[in-house]
Design a protein around this ligand. Structure first.
Ligand code: COA
Length: 154
């Protein structure tokens, strides 16, 4: 079976509440990470159509602060797949409703592995690439995966 990146992409929109804040009053990075992992997981499960678990999160960047009251847009898509593993790219934007602004506040690469009913890695569909932009993401994802696996500690 083949699927394009668009077939499984996902976007979640969430309001940041005081319960998401750190002691300084801005949104806590861990609160954002939870949403990154959750939305990436939706993409991985949509793509593989089986249970998929997080095995690595890397290149996580918090570029700008997120404030309580902001509306967070968490967008994820699959860049690259191997046999059972999938690299999911996540981008985060924060909207200030009163100011009418939206800022790119962070990004991350999350690797998921598809599991069968016995909890063992299982083969995912082939990623079909139809345009140069997706090809670029695929090629860069392949390089990141090679680096990731070289640095992997068991
Ligand atoms: C997913 C899991 C079953 C894989 O077990 P494993 O012994 O590493 O299996 P393998 O070595 O056969 O690797 C399976 C695939 O995972 C990939 N993989 C494993 N660790 C990885 C890592 N740190 N980064 C990227 N890919 C990784 C392998 O490259 C392989 O990919 P491929 O099939 O596409 O070639 C196991 O790591 C696990 O259960 N981890 C916990 C996952 C979890 O519970 N996450 C929730 C948060 S705690």
């Amino acid at each position: 079976m083949e699927k394009t990146p668009d077939d499984s992409k996902a976007e979640v929109i969430i309001r940041m509440f005081p319960s998401d804040a750190n002691p300084a009053g801005n949104v806590f990075g861990g609160a954002i990470l939870k949403h990154i992992d959750m939305v990436a997981g939706i993409v991985a499960q949509r793509f593989s159509q089986t249970n998929a678990v997080t095995v690595s999160m890397d290149k996580i960047s918090f570029l700008k602060p997120v404030f309580v009251g902001n509306v967070l847009f968490v967008k994820a898509r699959v860049n690259y797949v191997q046999k059972s593993s999938m690299e999911i790219e996540v981008n985060v934007e924060a909207e200030d409703i009163a100011k009418g602004t939206r800022v790119h506040t962070g990004n991350a690469y999350v690797t998921f592995v598809a599991l069968d009913d016995n909890g063992k890695p299982t083969t995912v569909p082939t990623l079909r690439i139809d345009n140069p932009e997706d090809q670029k993401r695929f090629d860069e994802g392949k390089l990141r995966m090679e680096r990731r696996l070289k640095e992997r500690k068991k």
